[in-house]
Structure formats: structure tokens, C-alpha cells
Design a protein around this ligand. Structure first.
Ligand SMILES: [Zn+2]
Length: 365
């Protein structure tokens, strides 16, 4: 058993070395070209000395993995690729890479900093968790469809600035005209935890009806993409059509601004919302007991992705299962997990572009 685990870890070293090397190179590029590759909001909140230390540690880990992988596995090319990228990283300055002090931002920036930061943190949390407590023990990190889901993740993160501008515009126009919201001082006097819970509940209630509309009207053509995935893990929730993202985010953002939260509560809400969205799609077979009636868990949301009619149009809630309970859309058999995920439709496109255009073609037919 122990030998099997050691073999499994060793077999993953070349892939890990290469992925870490690519992330190091991307970080270096963010340092060299901040005006086009980083977003001011993310950049401002980053502690640069800490980032340099993490970069140093990641370079060393990647090189160590590449050397160990070269000696113990058959994937020599991946290891040599990782070492070559690390040579380029060192040539460009490594963890001491200079950072531009003065520059003016380009009109639009790619959120490469946000992409590197988020994928690094999520991978650091969820890859070990999914390895220790897997639902499907045989599922690999490099599972089928991983490339298309990474593309969704990349588009959502690199295009963060454009997506944020589009989804926040209606709220900005409305609230500038409205001025101060009368209940803001009262809401902001509440404890932060209460403000976060309130935001989560209001957003989940609104999201519930939007999610239902995406399932039960012609909007299903767009949301079907999210359900076309056959393997669930921490990256699976990224698979969303741009129309789905734009409609849901615009309306939810609008409603959250209407609550009038303190900025700490707003960031708290965003963090919990983002982490729970990743968690409920993950390949985690943990039993949360009675808690799964209070907060949405992986088992709860996995039923939402079940490929059989018995679970269609059920479990819409992302945070609070009670919303499904109230509106009669809850389906949660005791302790069981769904046997498979996906949609019944055959020949569904598998590429990012194919999936982006498919709903539009279907609706124009
Ligand atoms: Zn759905």
C-alpha cells in the first residue's frame, strides 16, 4: 500500500515540475510587463516581498521535482522541459526579477496575475484534499476534458477586467443616479460575519431563480455547457458559457451592492462564494453529516450534475439547501452519491469554441 502511494506520488513529479515551472515563468512575465499582464486591483493587494519568497520556493520545488522525476519516472521530456523553463526564469532574474516602479496601465490588461495566484492557491488546497479524501479514487488530476476546463478557467481569469467592466456597468450607472442607499449605515453597523451571511443568502436566493431560469427556459442551451462535464473536480465549476457568466454576475453584483455592505464584508462574501463554488464541484467524498442540510456540500451539488432524469432540475442552491427545500426542488438520497454526470445529448462539442458557439447555433435554428 505504502509502495503504491510512493509510486503514485513519484509518477506525478514530472507534471508537477512542468506546471510549477510554467507558473514561475508567468509570474516573472507579470513582474516584467505589469502594464499589460496585471490588473491594478489585484496588483495593489499583493505583498511583493512575500510573492518573491513564494516564487523562490516554487522555483526550487520545481527544479527538485524535475530532477527527482527524471531519475525515477519515464517522463524525461517533461522534466527536461521544466528545467529549460526554469533556466529561462533564472536568466530573466528569478525571484530577484526587477519590477517597474513607474508605468502607465494599458487600456485593457490581461489578468495573468489573478490567473497565476488563483490556480496556485486552489491547486495547493484542493489537489492534496482530493488526493487524501477522494470520492472517485481512480480519477486522475489530468482527467479527460481537463484542457477545455483549463481554457474556461484561463478565459475567466485573463479576461477578468473586461468581464468586471461589463457586469458592473449597469450597477455603476444605477447607483450613481441613486446616490446613497438609506439602509447602508444600519447594515454596516452589523457584525461583519452577519453581513457576509446576509450577502450569501440574498445572492443565493437571486441565483436560485436565475439558475432555475437557466434550466427551465431556452436559456438552458447556454447552461447545458456547465452540465456537459462528465468528471467533477475543483476545476469543473469553471465551465460556464460567457452568456451564463454575464447574466448571473450582473444581476447578483447589482443585488449585493443594494445590500450596502462594508468593503471587508464584500470581500468576505466574494471569498466564501468563490471557495464554496469550487468545493461543491470537487472530487471530495467527505461526509458532512447534518451540516449538508445547512450548507451546500459536494454531495448536494453532485446530485445537481447527475445525468439521470430523477435529479434533473434539482438542488439549484449554491450556498443554502434550505432554499431548495422551501421551493420544492431538493433531491438528496441518504448517503448515496450519483453514479454518473453529464447530459443525455450525444455529439456535444468538446472544444471551447465549439461549446461557445453551439447554443447560439441551436437558438438560431
Ligand atoms: Zn445547473
Amino acid at each position: 500500500m505504502k509502495a503504491k502511494l510512493t509510486y503514485r506520488v513519484l509518477a506525478k513529479l514530472p507534471h508537477a515540475a512542468l506546471v510549477l515551472a510554467i507558473l514561475c515563468l508567468m509570474t516573472i512575465l507579470c513582474f516584467l510587463f505589469p502594464e499589460v499582464l496585471t490588473t491594478p486591483e489585484v496588483r495593489r493587494s499583493l505583498p511583493i516581498p512575500l510573492i518573491r519568497q513564494i516564487l523562490q520556493g516554487t522555483i526550487l520545488t520545481s527544479v527538485f521535482f524535475a530532477l527527482a522525476g527524471y531519475l525515477t519516472s519515464k517522463k524525461a521530456k517533461l522534466c527536461l522541459g521544466a528545467l529549460l523553463i526554469q533556466l529561462i526564469v533564472l536568466f530573466l532574474g528569478g525571484a530577484d526579477v526587477p519590477i517597474k516602479d513607474e508605468f502607465s496601465d494599458a487600456r485593457f490588461q490581461l489578468g495573468l496575475d489573478w490567473f497565476v495566484l488563483d490556480i496556485f492557491l486552489l491547486a495547493l488546497i484542493f489537489i492534496p484534499l482530493e488526493g487524501l479524501f477522494p470520492l472517485n479514487r481512480l480519477q486522475k488530476i489530468m482527467r479527460p476534458e481537463i484542457k477545455v476546463d483549463l481554457t474556461y478557467f484561463a478565459v475567466g481569469h485573463l479576461g477578468i477586467q473586461l468581464l468586471a467592466a461589463l457586469t458592473q456597468k449597469p450597477a455603476q450607472i444605477w447607483f450613481n443616479g441613486l446616490g446613497t442607499i438609506p439602509w447602508t449605515p444600519y447594515v454596516q453597523s452589523l457584525p461583519i460575519v452577519l453581513q457576509v451571511l446576509m450577502a450569501l443568502f440574498i445572492s443565493d436566493f437571486i441565483q436560485y431563480w436565475l439558475h432555475r431560469a437557466f434550466h427551465e427556459t431556452k436559456l438552458w442551451e447556454f447552461h447545458k455547457i456547465h452540465h456537459s462535464i462528465k468528471t467533477l473536480d475543483w476545476l469543473a465549476g469553471s465551465r460556464l458559457h460567457l452568456v451564463d457568466i454575464l447574466i448571473v454576475r450582473t444581476i447578483v453584483y447589482f443585488s449585493i451592492l443594494l445590500v450596502g455592505l462594508k468593503s471587508e464584508a464584500f470581500w468576505g462574501y466574494l471569498s466564501v462564494m468563490a471557495m464554496q463554488t469550487v468545493l461543491i464541484h470537487s472530487n471530495l467524498g467527505l461526509n458532512f453529516g447534518w451540516l449538508e442540510h445547512i450548507f451546500t456540500t459536494p454531495r448536494y451539488h453532485h446530485w445537481h450534475h447527475h445525468d439521470r432524469p430523477i435529479a434533473y432540475n434539482k438542488n439549484y442552491a449554491v450556498h443554502f439547501p434550505v432554499i431548495d427545500k422551501i421551493f420544492g426542488t431538493q433531491y438528496l438520497p441518504k448517503k448515496e452519491w450519483p453514479s454518473a454526470y453529464g447530459i443525455e445529448e450525444k455529439n456535444y462539442p468538446e472544444s471551447y469554441l465549439g461549446q461557445l458557439l453551439y447554443p447560439i447555433k441551436r437558438l438560431l435554428k
